[in-house]
Design a protein around this ligand. Structure first.
Ligand code: GDG
Length: 459
């Protein structure tokens, strides 16, 4: 593998954001798994990160933040609405998540999607040098592989989809389905979170384009394209280190004390309709109502990070969650013993880890999720092997974390039984399961993920 070929990361968002205005504006590095994974690779090989800074208007000048060289792509106000809020998050996001809410199709959103993808492809072509590896990320940029290949026919281009790739029955709805597939087929390597997504892709590629081949390799217009499952993971040792900090341990003990020593159930999600927060709350509400559980003995914490608030569906989900939390507390809380603590905000990383340490049961019950890193982070933090993970079958993570208690989040009765099983699980059973889960996230961390992808691309 050419160790020193330059890497060009192309992702919708830059790994840093602008804070402040005018001459005092500064770049601040955003935390996150993808940044942790890419930073060492970029530091070793050199390269750039191409992305949007999240604002509307002309792109800020190229900048360097730590070892990251940033090249910003600018979006106009109307592109933010039509490309990002529109085609990406109102058409593709719900459709790719099993159409859990109805995706909207507007002809006027396709052209901006294409125009923004062209701008990303141009920016990538500008940074490209012979031998560079180009790694394009996610559903916002599915046209970039082809658009870049048109300009740099010999380039090595890889694409990774962070969200699920839907089955034919849903993908077929998209009026621009073959254009999107041809866009993706511009890559040399196309990778997905799960084998099921990879198979869905191969099926539709063969149906709606002239691509031919097997589950692992397609040929299209004289080129060959490798298709892979390459599940993402977390920076496991960073989470382990944070969880071992005395200040974080003290904070976890303090949280447990403040919760009056009750059994702690925790949910941590972006406030997104795919994450299944309302059904999770409903299961808990019924358990309290039937007196299977009591707010004297258990407490639920739900961290819900605000997300995409102008996109249809998000406001309704927020309202539903907040009404349910209000109802549960109205009927079950007592002074000093609130039944559900609801935080609609993002916590600092160390605070989040303290909550992972304080939680007896982690509830990760999305209706559909590409992977779900929260599940892996919880497991990584549980160094004493206690704690129970309740995990939706519809999260990509369920393919690997087989020793979690797997649930169908729409089957409320089973979800209730599983929550009770988790609350009552004996310590020795917890240890047996958690030890196996932990060995999984240690065996395969985010650095292995990026290495595996880049090795395939460099071949
Ligand atoms: C997409 C796919 C796929 C959450 N709350 C706080 C906080 N977080 C961090 C978590 C975790 C990340 O956000 C969420 O990642 P997920 O994987 O759970 O979900 P998505 O945002 O939907 O990500 C998903 C992922 O891409 C990667 O490929 O797994 O399926 O949908 O890292 O820790 N971080 C902090 N405070 C919080 O309150 N600091």
């Amino acid at each position: 593998m050419p160790q020193h070929s330059k890497l060009i990361v192309v992702a919708n968002r830059l790994p840093a954001s602008r804070t402040g205005k005018g001459p005092s504006a500064r770049w601040e590095r955003s935390p996150g798994g993808l940044v942790s994974a890419m930073e060492p690779v970029l530091a070793e090989r050199g390269g750039v990160w191409i992305g949007w800074d999240g604002g509307a208007g002309p792109a800020p000048r190229p900048a360097t933040v730590g070892s990251l060289d940033l090249r910003a792509v600018g979006l106009s106000r109307s592109e933010v609405n039509e490309y990002y809020h529109g085609f990406c998050n109102t058409t593709l996001w719900p459709l790719y998540h099993d159409a859990v809410i109805n995706p909207e199709f507007h002809r006027s959103w396709w052209d901006p999607y294409l125009a923004v993808n062209k701008r990303f492809a141009l920016a990538s072509a500008r940074s490209y040098r012979k031998g560079s590896l180009v790694w394009v990320h996610d559903y916002q940029l599915q046209m970039v592989p082809k658009l870049l290949r048109d300009r740099k026919p010999g380039a090595k281009i890889g694409f990774f989809l962070h969200i699920p790739f839907p089955p034919d029955e849903l993908f077929a709805w998209i009026p621009w389905r073959s254009a999107i597939l041809r866009g993706l087929l511009g890559a040399d390597v196309i990778a997905f979170q799960t084998q099921a997504s990879a198979e869905n892709f191969v099926r539709v590629a063969k149906r709606y384009t002239s691509a031919e081949g097997t589950e692992r390799e397609l040929s299209f217009e004289g080129r060959s394209i490798r298709v892979k499952a390459c599940p993402i993971s977390i920076a496991t040792s960073e989470f382990e280190k944070t969880a071992a900090l005395p200040a974080v341990k003290r904070r976890a003990a303090e949280i447990r004390k403040q919760l009056a020593g009750r059994t702690v159930l925790l949910g941590v999600d972006r406030l997104d309709y795919t994450k299944g927060i309302p059904l999770r709350l409903l299961a808990y509400e019924e358990l309290l109502k039937e007196r299977t559980l009591s707010a004297n003995k258990v407490v639920m914490l739900q961290v819900a990070v605000p997300s995409r608030e102008v996109v249809p569906g998000y406001e309704e989900t927020r309202r539903e969650v907040e009404q349910t939390v209000g109802r549960i507390n109205g009927e079950n809380s007592q002074p000093g013993k609130v039944a559900v603590h609801y935080f609609r905000r993002s916590l600092a990383r160390e605070e989040l880890v303290a909550y992972y340490l304080a939680a007896d049961v982690m509830l990760v019950t999305p209706l559909r999720d590409g992977m779900n890193l929260v599940a892996k982070e919880y497991v990584a933090c549980r160094s004493d092997n206690t704690g129970v993970l309740v995990l939706s079958e519809f999260a990509g993570a369920a393919r690997e974390l087989r020793r979690a208690l797997l649930v169908n989040p729409r089957d409320l009765e089973t979800m209730k039984k599983t929550i009770v099983e988790a609350v009552r699980m004996k310590k020795e059973d917890q240890r047996m399961r958690m030890a196996m889960l932990r060995s999984n996230v240690r065996r395969h961390d985010v650095h292995d993920w990026s290495r595996e992808f880049l090795e395939a691309l460099a071949q």
